[in-house]
Design a protein around this ligand. Structure first.
Ligand code: G3P
Ligand code: MG
Length: 251
């Protein structure tokens, strides 16, 4: 469907890196995921107060760093002082919140990137523009798939960078009318990123008929992965890339 995907097997995308064994969204987690054989990285991106795209999942700092407060209220210099590893395990003390640029600098064209745009408001906060500029600067347009739960954010991405493929994230709590095809007209996208619980034969053929790739998240269970592979999904997002690499290798 899109050059990002492969025709012969689903891609394995590491959810926030190898987040089962390393602190999520850190360079350590990304490095381990690629060592384990993941094709790519799923990473969450939002803006620091001074407008730098940083890789971080929550809106609050407290779960995954030794800081407190909202990430959007901190400058990059402030974020750089925080430890993003030791909450997970003392062995990872010293891991920092990476900027998107640092991730590209570290892994470049050795990985595919599913950049999840964490922008929930209606107003444009500049996130899409900053991310697109970074992707282009590193020449990674063909290795990147943008995604978002926010259709407005995805629409912004389409307007700013139609050449970068996009996936619409859909969870079970999204009202049915919003899952429908008309959305693809307002917000052109090439992939549906569906909670794995939503994926069955019907969903897959619905997507196929519309030329949409199917990306399943977050798949950490062997039986579930086998089921999704049989349904021929295009990518599996997982906290445990080693498990899925073994499974695909055995098939
Ligand atoms: O992109 C798939 C998945 O990461 C979406 O949910 O909350 O883990 O970012 P979340
Ligand atoms: Mg995510």
């Amino acid at each position: 469907v899109v050059t990002f995907f492969r025709a012969d097997r689903p891609l394995i995308l590491a959810h926030r890196g190898a987040s089962r064994i390393a602190p999520e969204n850190t360079l350590a987690a990304f490095r381990l995921a690629l060592e384990q054989g993941a094709d790519g990285l799923e990473l969450d991106v939002q803006l620091s107060r001074d407008g730098v795209p940083v890789v971080f999942h929550d809106s609050e700092l407290s779960r995954t760093t030794d800081g407190r407060g909202r990430i959007s209220e901190k400058t990059l210099a402030e974020l750089r002082t925080l430890d993003a590893g030791k909450w997970f395990d003392p062995r990872f003390a010293g891991e920092r919140i990476p900027t998107l640029e640092e991730v590209f600098e570290a892994f470049g064209d050795r990985a595919l990137y599913n950049i999840e745009l964490k922008a929930f408001g209606v107003r444009d906060d500049g996130l899409v523009r900053a991310v697109v500029a970074c992707v282009r600067r590193y020449g990674l347009v063909h290795r990147t798939l943008l995604s978002s739960f926010n259709p407005l954010t995805l629409r912004r991405a389409w307007r700013l960078a139609p050449e970068i493929p996009r996936g619409l994230l859909v969870d079970l709590d999204l009202p049915l009318p919003l899952r429908r095809a008309w959305l693809a007209f307002l917000v052109p996208h090439q992939a549906r990123h569906l909670s794995f619980r939503m994926i069955d034969e019907r969903t897959v053929s619905w997507c196929r008929r519309r030329g949409l790739a199917v990306v399943a998240w977050t798949v950490n269970d062997l039986q579930e992965a086998e089921r999704l592979i049989r349904l021929r999904v295009d990518a599996l997002i997982t906290d445990d890339p080693a498990l899925l690499v073994r499974l695909l290798g055995a098939q």
